[in-house]
Design a protein around this ligand. Structure first.
Ligand SMILES: [Zn+2]
Length: 181
């Protein structure tokens, strides 16, 4: 196992579009394992390869039921909770409804903002063995998939916020970067 470095904005790779995976080999499986290790180590629920400096269209997601705000209402538990999702070359084939969620991102430490997304998405992707997955996602799982596919397209969190808010946070992050150097 290895935990990779999670890159923080303004790393250029976060604003670069990733390319489709064409070889499903052992190296890819090892990379996926490292992505899960990295995500769990950072306390995230989703991670896109761009965030560890790799431009392949690879996403991992795991949403713990225990951390849900409904964790005391078992009937709200979804089949996608506590499941390791590997989404390679993911595509959204259909969207429905609207949902507004306060999102965070490992590449934007301490930044949270409400983002509008589709409430439900239908997804086509491959797992690390090259097997085709087709499924429907709702609620936080749908939000997370849309957030991670944005990463693969080189779209960062700022592009989903109001411009005013993005400008304030950008300045703050750049200032912090300069102080740390
Ligand atoms: Zn993110």
């Amino acid at each position: 196992m290895s935990v990779l470095d999670v890159l923080v904005w303004p790393a250029k790779v976060l604003e670069t579009k990733a390319v489709p995976v064409t070889h499903f080999d052992d190296a890819l499986k090892a990379f996926v394992t490292n992505m899960f290790d990295t995500m769990l180590d950072s306390g995230g629920i989703g991670l896109a390869a761009n965030q560890v400096g790799d431009l392949r269209r690879v996403v991992v997601i795991e949403i713990p039921w225990a951390e849900s705000k409904y964790a005391d209402q078992e009937e709200k538990r979804e089949p996608w909770h506590n499941k390791r999702w590997v989404l390679i070359n993911p595509e959204i084939t259909k969207k429905a409804g609207k949902i507004r969620w306060q999102e965070g991102c490992l590449s934007f430490p301490e930044v949270y903002d409400f983002v509008d997304r589709a409430a439900e998405v239908w997804v086509k992707a491959f797992d690390e063995h090259g097997k085709l997955l087709e499924f429907h996602a709702n609620d936080l799982f749908a939000v997370c998939i849309q957030h991670e596919i944005d990463h693969l397209d080189g779209i960062v969190f700022f592009q989903r916020m109001s411009r005013l808010k993005a400008d304030i946070i950008k300045k703050k992050m750049l200032r912090r970067g300069l102080v740390n150097e």
